[in-house]
Write a protein that binds this ligand. Structure first.
Ligand SMILES: Nc1ncnc2c1ncn2[C@@H]1O[C@H](COP(=O)(O)OP(=O)(O)OP(=O)(O)O)[C@@H](O)[C@H]1O
Length: 228
């Protein structure tokens, strides 16, 4: 079996000096889809932030897409983020440029130079999220669901080994949430590995995946109840 995409052992998650989660043990393998649930303030975002290098891993060990989180240097972070795709609740698109411009910006920042290759890659990811026809629009002209599709397209640009989605449907209405979740499921079925923090029980019930819960400073797997 391949090396896990993500492996944490006895990890502690801190916000500055405050311990948020302790004794976190987690292994995610290629092709897995995990939900991460828990009440507001329980530590979902803090865990995600530790995984993409926004917070330091101070205790325990952790590896993600072959990066050692414990010894992660500031200069390693852009390289780590090229191997993971991150999707946020508030999309975080650049409002001063078009859909194409947003995606081009990321590719250029990660070393892509050839115009034709850039165009082909952008078309490829826009097609995956069903947004090819909207490439010329400014991002402020898009609905929330469309903006999240573009954010997902952006996360796919560098063929990430892992997608971290932090409440990707948190700003969307229930119908649009379902559509975005269907898209994430398709992406998963195409072979991608996904860890998704969510509050949305509608999605957890409809799309069954292994669920992790953070509660009282700990992370554990939720055992699915058998339904009669
Ligand atoms: N920038 C910060 N500085 C200090 N403490 C923080 C910071 N961000 C979050 N915290 C604290 O860390 C704890 C965990 O917060 P976190 O944002 O990880 O929770 P969450 O489960 O993602 O919540 P939500 O569902 O509301 O997004 C909370 O007690 C919170 O107050």
């Amino acid at each position: 079996m391949d090396k896990p995409v993500l492996h944490l052992e006895n990890a502690a998650i801190y916000q500055r000096e405050n311990l948020v989660l302790s004794q976190v043990n987690l292994t995610i393998n290629k092709g897995d889809f995990y939900y991460l649930i828990g009440k507001t303030g329980s530590g979902k975002s803090s865990l995600m932030k530790t995984l993409y290098g926004d917070l330091k891993l101070q205790e325990g060990t952790g590896s993600i897409v072959d990066f050692d989180l414990k010894n992660l240097k500031e200069k390693d972070i852009p390289f780590l983020r090229r191997k993971i795709g991150i999707v946020f609740q508030d999309f975080k698109l650049l409002s001063d440029r078009t859909v194409f411009g947003n995606l081009e910006f990321v590719l250029k920042a990660t070393g892509w130079k050839n115009k034709d290759e850039i165009k082909a890659k952008i078309n490829e990811v826009l097609e995956k999220v069903g947004m090819q026809s909207q490439h010329y629009k400014n991002t402020f002209e898009l609905s929330g669901g469309e903006q999240q599709r573009i954010a997902i397209a952006r996360a796919l640009l560098n063929d990430p080994e892992l997608i971290l989605a932090d409440e990707p449907t948190g700003n969307l209405d229930p119908k649009t949430s379902l559509e975005v979740m269907e898209l994430l499921n398709e992406i998963h079925k195409s072979g991608k590995t996904i860890l998704m923090a969510t509050h949305d029980y509608q999605l957890i019930v409809k799309f069954k995946h292994t669920t992790l819960k953070v509660e009282a400073g700990e992370l554990f797997e939720v055992v699915q109840q058998a339904t009669n």
